[in-house]
Ligand binder design. Structure first.
Ligand code: SF4
Length: 432
């Protein structure tokens, strides 16, 4: 039996780094301190055993060798005019680097899962910047914490305990008793149930509510009507008083803000509110990133191409224009004629029309797990699990990079090996 202490969890953007992993032989038998979500991934489920291809006319899978699956993937990519390489969020930065090289090699479009979650946040940050901090600063200092359109109880179960609500820090030694918690959401979530103040925003009205808060904050409460977006003026004024009274405030926002009406303009407006609150006291804002290394893809893609996601290499140079070059733009226009989905699940998270188009084109899935994308895939290549069987770097939701150690030995080739072999094969087929 072996015990690994201070291990990192490869599931959500909290990237908790205090797990104790107990192994026996080459098997994990316990993941102490992990939440249910993290433990389910670490303990293992629904692994794909061997590469598969749909070879018969009924479309059934047949097990094939890695060699055959890699050859077929390279052939699909070389024959495609608009290949889409999508996913990446549940893989390490070392995988992203290889993937961007392959996208450039085949003149494809590379995009990650932020496309359907925090992509709009990136656009807002382009325009406004991001007054932010580390999670450590929030743990040690925050006395007012706002969750807007995010529900950490369900999606980031240890966020509140480790960083934002219950955690005791250097200047916040009272933990929960020393913090005001505010939740703004369209429905009363489990997180709202433990808040001091719950703001029930009418669906699609976040932009209006944030604008009303900004008006009140800047001394123009007189122009605000009796209710805005389902929130009474009285409650809005009370909320501004709480926000202004903070010594250090933090706003965490989720998909309830990024994917509701207004999208990136909601984030733009929220960032403006934070800038204005900084005229009174100290405030920071942070996206609640979902997958454990979705932030890392943005980092690697930015330093490799100059853009954080949705990069089109068809011109021979990186070109970026979300609305035109994001994964769903291509699929909804039926422009992508092949797709490689890696470390992300387009089948589960894309709109129905995008998935319908995926079902009509050749799709390669590279992933340790069987998931809805497998159902539309023509070629499936199982890989080792990043962060459990493969070491490497990932970026926490606050942009802090952390090094994952291997917990057990891999039983499958790594994503890096598979991408390298596909790239080599692409070069061979083209006769480079
Ligand atoms: S909160 Fe997230 S990172 Fe932490 S143990 Fe749970 S799933 Fe893993």
């Amino acid at each position: 039996m072996a015990v690994i202490t201070d291990a990192l969890c490869p599931f959500c953007g909290c990237t908790c780094d205090d797990l104790t992993i107990v192994t026996e032989g080459n098997k994990i038998i316990e993941a102490k301190h992990a939440c249910k979500l993290g433990a389910a991934k670490i303990m293992g489920h629904h692994r794909i055993k061997a590469p598969m291809m749909r070879t018969d006319k009924n479309g059934n899978f047949k097990e094939v060798s890695y060699e055959e699956a890699i050859n077929e993937t390279a052939r699909i990519l070389v024959n495609s005019k608009r290949p889409l390489l999508y996913g990446w969020a549940s893989a390490l930065c070392e995988v992203h680097k290889k993937g961007i090289l392959l996208a450039e090699e085949v003149g494809g479009i590379i995009d990650n899962t932020a496309s359907v979650c925090h992509g709009p946040s990136t656009l807002a940050v382009h325009e406004k910047g991001l007054p932010t901090s580390t999670l450590g600063q929030i743990k040690n200092r925050a006395d007012v914490v706002v969750f807007w359109g995010s529900n950490p109880v369900q999606a980031h179960p240890r966020h509140m305990g480790r960083y934002s609500v219950f955690a005791k820090g250097f200047f916040s030694d009272k933990g929960r008793r020393g913090r005001k918690i505010i939740v703004a959401d369209v429905r009363k979530t489990e997180t709202a149930n433990i808040a001091d103040e719950y703001i029930q925003v009418q669906q699609g009205s976040d932009y209006l509510v944030i604008s009303a808060l900004r008006a009140i904050l800047s001394g123009h409460a007189d122009v605000v009507p009796d209710a805005v977006g389902g929130v009474s003026k009285e409650q809005l004024v009370k909320l501004v008083d709480i926000l202004k009274a903070a010594k250090f405030g933090a706003v965490f926002f989720g998909m309830g803000l990024t994917q509701s009406q207004g999208r990136y303009k909601n984030i733009d407006n929220a960032i403006s509110l934070i800038f204005e609150l900084n005229s009174f006291t100290k405030y920071v804002i942070m996206p609640m990133r979902g997958h454990y290394n979705v932030t890392g893809f943005g980092q690697v893609c930015s330093w490799e191409t100059g853009f954080a996601s949705a990069v089109d290499f068809s011109r021979g140079i990186p070109y970026y224009n979300p609305g035109e070059t994001a994964a769903n733009d291509l699929l909804l226009r039926k422009e992508a004629d092949a797709a490689m989905i890696i470390a992300g699940d387009a089948g589960a998270h894309f709109p129905a029309n995008s998935v319908r188009h995926l079902a009509k084109i050749p799709v390669v899935q590279i992933d340790p797990y069987w998931n809805p994308t497998t159902e539309v895939a023509n070629v499936v290549i199982p890989t080792a699990i990043c962060g459990i069987e493969v070491e490497g770097t990932a970026y926490r939701m606050d942009g802090v990079s952390l090094r994952y150690r291997k917990m057990i030995e891999p039983t499958h080739p790594t994503d890096m090996e598979v991408l390298e072999r596909i790239t080599e094969r692409v070069r061979e087929i083209r006769g480079d």
